[in-house]
Design a protein around this ligand. Structure first.
Ligand code: CUK
Ligand code: CUA
Length: 642
């Protein structure tokens, strides 16, 4: 969505056509009370209380901050090239960026989800979506590296993704753009949207032991836009809820044409029922597809990319009891489920209220067939029959809701630029604080789990304007931490973020830090071009291919003078870092090498492919300052005429 337009639109509708200068609250800095510094100060050498995994938006990466300090701990490369880590440069990592379209070295990462056991974070994996070329990634929290990327067929904009069930049974993805089903029949006039375009929901199963993902099944629904989703939990375990806009089924000028209906939908999906239908053989096998599945192996230190061609599709229209629509006011963006699983909060971007649905009422309505009609063959439950109640006059442009674990919800308001706290049971508004400016997602550590840690809320803002020193026409995006432990929310700290943060999650440091790997054990290295020690370092020619078995240890390469290479050869530098010390990587760069550089971690082997384009002497060196003699860590390659 074009958020900037919404600001103008929102401010105009709110009758507050102010410039940002005059918008800047007088003495916003003073709004921070005396003990804010103390509450976010993490002394040098001390650890933060939480890991905060934040999406990097169109940087395609995931960043890791410490909370409450807001310190940047790491950027994890996921969908985009990252020279700092050699991600997408080494032969081993290149397959991770493969798609059915070929290598796509970029994406737009919006949502992160920590794996759960029994409704709480277990600290094993983080999942993230690629919004543009539909993919789901799994990041392993022992290595903080992307371990797996699965492309999704029959999808066109993987936005409502990747949301997970309470035991990580499934990672679920709803398509933002409905599209004709892949394979055959895709070449249709765009204005046949209603007849030919379909909305799919993908259910990806996750292996309990190793995290491996497989596309278990897809549900085919009428063409609409799926925006966000959440799994049921507790009482609603077995169900999934998707926010649905463009029920007008417009294919042009959605800004106007998809905002006409007074209500769109929340789609409730009974995925346990889907499993029954699958078992009963009601799924249709579709087998003319193209999508890839990429996996990284920590023993061979190599990724593989496999082309897949099949999926199983369940038709929501034909299979009774699988899907139900619940009317939801005005283009819902977020749909969020409270810690008990009973309350489902819809956030209509253009609505002046927040509807809260009740799971038990939804069940009663289904049993009693309290339907107001159907949409595309799927029953539409009566609004009042599903409704727990409405939060009245909460603010303008509600987007997302998280929960504090004390019976309250906090909702972000993009247009009125604020966080609003309200009580789930009686729907009364308790508190509101401004955000600077125009908050998108918000996050409470554990805020989507069964037991949130209601200590802080972080606002991830869309517009930064004057919050930091100016840096030319573009500024870093920003996040803000508020203390929510008391009755009133208190702003503590602003911090800039890498890329545009959409969703983020935070988990208690204990759940992750002790699992963190320090080195790859050299005796477990199964890389086909592994070099055990310097005495095995060598150069081997096979026709036009040359394999250089290199080792690194402080502070030299072996071999460091390489001859016998000819112009036009395919030269593979297999660099094994034989260090067995924590935090001791070595880099590898060659003058003129178009594949970039390597960063090789202790015990690991990585390969840089190089095709020398001219004769001469080419220096190479270590790029990561590794010792007092780092500057001595270098070598020469001689390239001769063929
Ligand atoms: S979206 Cu960014 S503010 Cu892509 Cu989750 Cu709501
Ligand atoms: Cu190795 Cu610097």
């Amino acid at each position: 969505m074009n958020f900037k337009k919404y600001v103008l639109f929102g401010l105009a509708t709110a009758g507050m056509l102010l410039s940002f200068e005059s918008c800047k609250p007088k003495g916003a800095g003073n709004a921070v009370s005396g003990n804010a510094a103390e509450k976010t100060y993490v002394a040098p050498g001390q650890y933060d209380e939480f890991y905060n995994f934040a999406s990097g938006g169109f940087s395609g990466q995931l960043s890791v901050y410490g909370l409450p300090s807001g310190r940047l701990l790491r950027v994890i490369p996921v969908f985009s090239l990252d020279p700092e880590k050699g991600w997408g440069f080494s032969e081993e990592t290149k397959p991770m960026l493969e798609t059915s379209h070929g290598s796509v070295p970029w994406d737009d990462l919006h949502h992160v989800q920590l794996s759960k056991t029994d409704g709480d974070y277990d600290g094993r994996w983080v999942f993230a979506n690629a919004n543009n070329t539909p993919r789901i990634a799994r990041i392993d929290l022992t290595t903080f590296r992307t371990a797996e990327i699965l492309e999704l067929p029959n999808s066109g904009g993987n936005h409502s993704s990747p949301f997970i069930t309470e035991n990580t049974e499934y990672v679920v993805a709803g398509t933002r753009f409905s599209v004709p089903m892949d394979g055959e029949g895709g070449d249709v006039p765009i204005n046949t949207y209603k007849q030919n375009f379909r909305g799919t929901l993908s259910f990806v199963s996750v292996n309990k032991d190793n995290g491996n993902m497989e596309l278990a099944f897809q549900i085919e629904t009428p063409g609409v836009n799926y925006d966000l989703s959440r799994a049921g939990k507790g009482v609603s375990h077995g169900w999934f809820f998707f926010s649905t806009y463009n029920t007008e089924q417009a294919n042009t000028l959605l800004e106007v044409n998809a905002s006409k209906n007074d209500k769109d939908f929340v789609l409730a999906v009974n995925w346990k029922k889907a499993e029954e239908y699958l078992k009963a053989g009601k799924g249709k096998k579709v087998s003319n597809l193209k999508y890839v599945h990429n996996k990284y192996d920590d023993h061979t230190h190599t990724a593989t990319s496999t082309l897949k061609t099949e999926t199983i599709v369940l038709n929501a229209e034909e299979l009774e009891g699988l899907c139900y629509y619940i009317p939801c006011p005005k283009s819902p963006h977020g749909v969020d489920v409270d810690p008990s699983g009973e309350y489902i909060v819809g956030s209509g971007k253009l609505a002046a209220l927040i509807p809260v649905f009740s799971f038990s009422k939804i069940q009663k309505a289904i049993a009693g067939k309290q339907f107001e009609g159907e949409f595309g063959g799927i029953p539409v439950i009566k609004y009042e029959a599903a409704l727990h109640g409405e939060v009245e006059k909460p603010g303008l442009g509600p987007l997302h809701t998280e929960f504090d674990g004390r019976g309250n919800a906090i909702t972000s308001f993009f247009v009125s630029s604020e966080l609003v706290k309200w009580n789930i049971k009686d729907l009364k508004i308790l508190d509101r604080v401004p955000t600077f400016y125009s908050v998108g997602h918000l996050m409470i550590p554990g805020g989507d789990t069964k037991s949130p840690e209601g200590k802080y809320v972080v606002a991830y803002n869309k517009i930064t304007k004057d919050r930091f020193l100016p840096t030319g026409p573009e500024l870093a995006h920003s996040a803000q931490i508020y203390d929510i432990s008391g009755d009133k929310m208190q702003l503590l700290l602003d911090f800039p973020t890498i890329g545009e943060p959409h969703y983020a999650q935070a988990v208690k440091a204990e759940k992750v830090k002790d699992r963190s790997l320090k080195i790859f054990k050299i005796e477990e290295n199964k890389h086909p071009f592994f070099t055990k020690g310097e005495n095995e370092a060598r150069v081997e020619r096979k026709g036009n291919d040359v394999h250089v078995y290199l080792t690194t240890i402080r502070s030299h390469f072996a071999p460091d003078n390489i001859e016998g290479i000819q112009q036009g050869d395919n030269v593979y530098f297999h660099v094994t870092n034989i260090e067995q010390d924590w935090d001791m990587p070595h880099g590898f760069a060659i003058k003129g090498a178009r594949n970039g550089e390597l960063l090789v971690l202790p015990g690991e082997t990585q390969t840089l492919k190089w095709v020398p384009d001219r004769i001469g002497i080419f220096p190479f060196y270590c790029t990561d300052f590794c010792s007092a003699l780092h500057q001595e860590m270098q070598g020469y390659i001689r390239v001769s005429k063929k």
